[in-house]
Design a protein around this ligand. Sequence first.
Ligand SMILES: C[S@@+](CC[C@H](N)C(=O)[O-])C[C@H]1O[C@@H](n2cnc3c(N)ncnc32)[C@H](O)[C@@H]1O
Length: 327
Amino acid sequence: MNSLKPIPNLKKLSTQLLEEDLTHEDSITIINEIHGYFNEITTISGYDMEFKHLAAVPTASGMALSLNHAAQCLLDYKRTIKFLKGLVSAIKDAQKEKPNQTIQIFYAGCGPYAPFITLVAPLFDISEVQFSLLEINKESLDYAKKLINELSLTKYIKGYYQADAVTFTIPDPNTFDILYSETLDALLFRESYVPILASMLPQLSPDITVIPTNVLLKVDVISNNTNDASSDTKTYTIFDTRQAIGSIETELPQGFTATDILFESNKSNDQIIIDTEVHIYENLRLTRGESSLTIPYEIPLENPTSHKKISFTYLLTPQVGLKYEFL
Ligand SMILES: C[S@@+](CC[C@H](N)C(=O)[O-])C[C@H]1O[C@@H](n2cnc3c(N)ncnc32)[C@H](O)[C@@H]1O
């Protein structure tokens, strides 16, 4: 006897997730319900202890999240809702610009649930959107295919590719309208969003819509005033992905130009906090603490400091991530 739950009405659930007045509690209930269905269909919960589901996969530059961690991303509730809203708005905007044309989406890094086709495709007709899916982890891609088949979404798929997005040559690159790649971690640590964009953007049409559009790393330098309880905060952008990629001349560099923050000699710099600001699409953003992608990091600080400045560099080798040093 087949004990699988009936195929969920994903169109109804996704539509509910897009409602403006949805409470956080309701969004948790709906996403948990979707996760229950996806878990049952794929047999992947994101929480099993199989070693091969726990191991991160090396890419040409950076690491790809393990299959389990990629599945768990669905349950990063505010992230999932904001990215869903962003992608749906981007598709609708593309439709306005290109009426009667099928909008082509290149989805780099789909994970085992491929939520940004499985939750998005049911909102549109097959003539309106087509997806090309790429994933480095073979097992994740196999589960995504199984889920897409079971949900009867196969007709929305133009192609599946098991490959490293950092080195992949996109077929017919000018046919794509949207590049979707949430290959991120807080502080742009380890995951390949930056090298993926650096490799894919020059291949794609110059007016391609990218989701997330940009990711910035920002630093707050906070000085507490000892005379009263006030504090003074200065904010600096230390890394801007799109600007950094725009500065690449030919080959991927080992790292991007450093940004220095000078300490003011007459002030104590009591706290230095790094934030990851994810610009999803237009004014949709993930800000501090809203998601695992935007957890802030406080730099341990010797106070008063004998140093003149702190220097930040975003590296691509030997390890993708932000490096800082006191000078
Ligand atoms: C953060 S998870 C997101 C999964 C899913 N798209 C979601 O949003 O819930 C990123 C996915 O991208 C894949 N990935 C990371 N780097 C990649 C690369 N260089 N090439 C292809 N896939 C990659 C990982 O294996 C993982 O499945």
